[in-house]
Design a protein around this ligand. Structure first.
Ligand code: GLC
Length: 403
């Protein structure tokens, strides 16, 4: 895979943002569909959509504090409301009470924090007659739909300078009129790559692209395939006033380290209110993850995926000659790691080589505190001693072994 994937592989952690007219209602991003709200009624929400200036800059700052390296914003979700200036529909932010191009504001904010810019774009559009027609089997509208989608993606790829990532969603191919062919997905990606050389694209337009996604479920792709898991801090993507089902900080750290060591990224969602504020439980959790990454991020960013990732009490990963053991379940004052000198294939087809030489001198320490640990070999067991009785970090304490 070409070098444009480098930043993505290094990043490991990104912020997903679901935000649009639905945020006003506070019942998730599917509210229009789920409650059967007629388009004409839903459109009146535009009059009330007036986010505070600077709110997007706050999200970008929050992402940086959380240790995230990229952001992905819903420029248009399935409801069809566009946060960007578009010539292809009137249903966009400049015609709302906001009266400004929120994608322009977003791109500027993300760049200002030194993060990579990702744009989410829903191929499905409940507000557009051609989409509805094609989804219902009317092939005569395919041309119109294709023109509309390609036109909007072209706008996103040309109006804001450099875009790093394009995240499609919501095509819901119907096995007939609505397909990757009828949407012209291959040509769509060609256009995006031509306008934005080096852009990274997900696979949800129905043609193979740079990486695959999994949703709300940690499902590592086969070795050698880049992937990303997206999930929420609670359950709902778009702001949901009464969604109290928050993951704990420990659960979020488990997801992050489990994705990273298995070669994937975690794209973690926030659902800001329509006015742009982020619910406090989301902010608090992201900041806690950021504090963990400040101390132990070395064991996340840019780590390699080993063919054997699972250990007796967590996960293992590597950078150069340094192994990182993410310990979820602390052993005790002494810990025996079963090592193997069997040759294993490296990342991206590198020559198979053994992970360790049994009996070779190694050094071990605790990453968060720098505490050195005594090491000795007993056959294929590497025994570390001098561990504290209680782990310095109860979610995930990283033990480093230098080969
Ligand atoms: C699903 C949902 C959508 C959400 C997306 C995130 O496709 O339809 O609402 O944006 O998941 O991956």
């Amino acid at each position: 895979m070409s070098h444009h994937m480098e930043w993505f592989r290094e990043a490991k952690f990104g912020m997903f943002i679901h935000w649009g007219l639905y945020s006003l209602l506070g019942r998730g991003e599917w509210v229009m569909h789920n409650e059967g709200i007629p388009a004409a009624e839903y459109e009146t929400l535009m009059r009330k959509f007036k986010p505070r200036r600077g709110c997007i800059r706050d999200w970008a700052r929050l992402a940086r504090r959380a240790g995230m390296r990229y952001m992905v914003l819903t420029t248009k979700h399935h409801d069809g409301f566009c946060l960007f200036r578009t010539r292809h529909t009137d249903f966009h932010a400049l015609n709302s009470a906001a009266g400004r191009d929120l994608v322009a504001e977003y791109v500027e904010a993300v760049r200002a924090e030194g993060l990579k810019v990702g744009l989410y774009f829903s191929l499905g559009d409940w507000n557009h007659p051609a989409y509805k027609a094609v989804a219902n089997g009317d092939a005569s509208q395919c041309g119109k739909l294709r023109e509309f989608i390609h036109g909007q993606v072209r706008e996103l790829m040309t109006q804001y300078g450099k875009i790093d990532l394009l995240w499609y969603d919501g095509a819901w191919f119907n096995g007939g009129t609505l397909s990757a062919e009828s949407l012209g997905s291959a040509a769509l990606n060609d256009m995006a790559r031509q306008l934005q050389p080096g852009i990274i694209i997900n696979e949800r337009a129905g043609v193979p692209a740079d990486y695959v996604t999994c949703e709300n479920e940690l499902k590592p792709a086969p070795f050698g395939q880049d992937w990303e898991m997206c999930t929420c801090i609670n359950d709902m993507w778009g702001y949901a006033r009464h969604d109290y089902n928050y993951k704990t900080v420990n659960q979020l750290l488990f997801l992050l380290s489990n994705c990273a060591t298995n070669g994937g990224n975690l794209l973690l969602n926030i659902g800001p209110r329509a006015n742009g504020t982020v619910p406090a439980p989301q902010v608090q959790r992201l900041e806690a993850v950021g504090r963990w990454l400040k101390k132990q991020g070395e064991a996340i960013y840019g780590v390699e995926r080993l063919p054997r990732v699972y250990t007796s009490n967590g996960r293992v990963t590597r950078k150069g000659s340094r192994l990182y053991y993410h310990v979820y379940y602390w052993p005790d004052r002494e810990w025996s790691i079963v090592m193997s000198d069997q040759a294993m294939p490296g990342n991206d087809g590198a020559e198979p080589r053994p992970l360790v030489r049994l009996g070779a001198p190694v050094k071990a320490s605790i990453l968060a505190t720098g505490k050195k640990l005594a090491t000795r070999w007993e056959g294929n067991r590497l025994i570390l001693s001098g561990l504290p009785a209680v782990p310095p970090d109860k979610a995930d304490t990283v033990v480093v072994v230098d080969l």
